[in-house]
Design a protein around this ligand. Structure first.
Ligand SMILES: Nc1ncnc2c1ncn2[C@@H]1O[C@H](COP(=O)(O)OP(=O)(O)OP(=O)(O)O)[C@@H](O)[C@H]1O
Length: 476
């Protein structure tokens, strides 16, 4: 017998009232009845919960019993005919109320089946209190080429946790790409699962809008197949892409969307093409000012735009926060084809410093007063991108290396799905648009204008007045 007993734990003191659980004998028939009722209740719950399987099965079963094989087959044919008629007659409502809801339910089942394995292998399952806790798949909404999966995150998770494993999830679910975006509530993340690629085909330019919509310029197509509206008001646009990535198509898509404004005088596009007019020269009549050979003329154009911006800012201070373009005070858009030629490669140091100083003023003060910049650049190294943060809208086309993506678009953008380095050479004009304040990059293909289309546009809408500092009489 041990000398001392050590027992851990709390002692239960005796209470004034001590109750012992009564022992009741239940007759077998009562127990069996209870289990039967419970069994039926469970079956009823399953039948109601999976109504989308049980209801059609019941209808088909009844038709089979009543009419034999002709019953279910007849119903299937009827449904197919009605669906086809609806689809051809009014495609939009058929997709919205017929096809997408059915597909969403089916895809939900598919994703649910793979969910546990996907979460565990992507390390999104959390071990807590010796239990495995999984994010909850709460819904699936299908659209053209994209499924939006709503997920309730486990406490402590953030949307970036999902963004970081997006590629792994894409392989697990067998889709082209997965993007994670914050949902409407803090504990919700939306996973966008992209199937086909609506951007694989060349995007034709839309007809020139009669009056430019400065908050939504139609410049291309976005990854869900809808048109992409680029906002010009209140922003400056930077386009970065390797050679042949399609920077020209971004520029011309923007110019085309403003073309009617050029004719009416509501918009002035100023063109700077330091590569000797190779890119912009072909549509030169679109530009109210154009410089392509003379760096001093380019510097003067930028300085003039900066002084217009300063002057307007002075006039509008305290009166309005957004300038409204008029023919007297038009929206000015400075299109610069290769910015690095002006800010990095220029050998004339004095000129380079003047350009940099004017550009800083223009970028910081111009966006609220209707003086905008659309600048393209090929080399995304830091030393040629000193102004990146002054461009609230950044477009990354195909880039050579993964490391360049965050440099161009902002920290964490590659993790959030901007895979610019994975854009194949066979998809020029495809890129990711990042807008300050929006954490999710948008994949877009810009419309492509052939040389002839650019010439036609320039002839129809152009009003060239000044070229390399020389005024052209009667050209307006
Ligand atoms: N949006 C587009 N859709 C389809 N094809 C395009 C698109 N943009 C460009 N291309 C094709 O890619 C080629 C290169 O395009 P572009 O000259 O615009 O590239 P870039 O980025 O300006 O190249 P660089 O820096 O060498 O001037 C074009 O000649 C055209 O054939």
């Amino acid at each position: 017998m041990p000398l001392v007993n050590v027992i851990r734990g709390d002692r239960i003191d005796s209470a004034p009232i001590n109750v012992r659980t009564p022992f009741i004998r239940i007759p077998l028939w009562l127990a069996l009845s209870w289990w039967t009722v419970k069994g039926f209740a469970r079956v009823a719950v399953v039948l109601v919960r999976f109504w989308y399987v049980t209801a059609p099965a019941a209808v088909f079963g009844w038709l089979y019993l009543r009419f034999g094989w002709m019953g279910p087959v007849g119903l299937l044919v009827l449904v197919a005919v009605v669906a086809a008629g609806w689809g051809f007659g009014h495609r939009a409502s058929f997709l919205r109320f017929g096809w997408w809801p059915v597909l969403s339910r089916y895809r939900r089942m598919v994703y649910r089946r793979k969910w546990q394995a996907a979460m565990v292998t992507a390390r999104l399952a959390v071990s807590f209190d010796r239990h495995m806790v999984l994010p909850i798949l709460t819904g699936v909404r299908c659209g053209a080429g994209v499924d939006v999966v709503t997920v309730r995150m486990v406490t402590g998770q953030i949307p970036d946790d999902f963004a970081k494993v997006a590629e792994r999830l894409a392989h697990t679910f067998g889709v082209r790409q997965v993007k994670a975006a914050p949902g409407s509530k803090p504990d919700v993340v939306l996973l966008h699962l992209f199937h086909g690629d609506p951007l694989a085909k060349l995007v034709r330019p839309v007809p020139v809008p009669a009056v430019p919509e400065f908050t939504a310029l139609p410049v291309g197509r976005q990854e869900d197949g809808d048109g992409y509206p680029l906002r010009m008001f209140g922003t400056q646009v930077l386009v970065v892409g390797a050679t042949g990535a399609g920077k020209g198509s971004v520029i011309w898509s923007v110019v085309r969307s403003l073309a009617a404004g050029v004719t009416s005088g509501l918009v002035q596009v100023w063109g700077l093409d330091p590569k000797g007019g190779m890119e912009l020269g072909i549509g030169a009549p679109m530009f109210a000012r154009f410089a392509c050979n003379d760096y001093a003329a380019m510097c003067e154009l930028i300085e003039e735009a900066a002084s217009v911006a300063r002057e307007r800012a002075g006039k509008l201070r305290g009166r309005t926060r957004q300038h409204t373009p008029t023919p007297e005070e038009p929206l000015i858009v400075l299109v610069i084809d290769e910015l690095a030629n002006l800010t990095a490669y220029l050998t004339d140091r004095q000129l380079k410093d003047r350009i940099k100083a004017a550009l800083s003023i223009l970028l910081s003060q111009g966006r609220a007063v209707g003086v905008h910049v659309v600048a393209a650049i090929q080399d995304p190294r830091k030393e040629v991108l000193p102004f990146r943060d002054l461009f609230p809208t950044r477009i990354g086309l195909r880039l050579a290396e993964a490391a360049q993506v965050d440099l161009v678009l902002g920290d964490g953008m590659r993790d959030r799905g901007a895979l610019c380095d994975r854009i194949p050479q066979s998809l020029p004009g495809v890129g990711f648009v990042v807008i300050d304040g929006d954490p999710t990059p948008m994949r877009v293909r810009f419309s492509y204008l052939t040389d002839d289309e650019i010439r036609d546009m320039a002839q129809t809408y152009g009003r060239l007045r000044v070229i390399d500092g020389e005024v052209l009489d009667g050209a307006a």
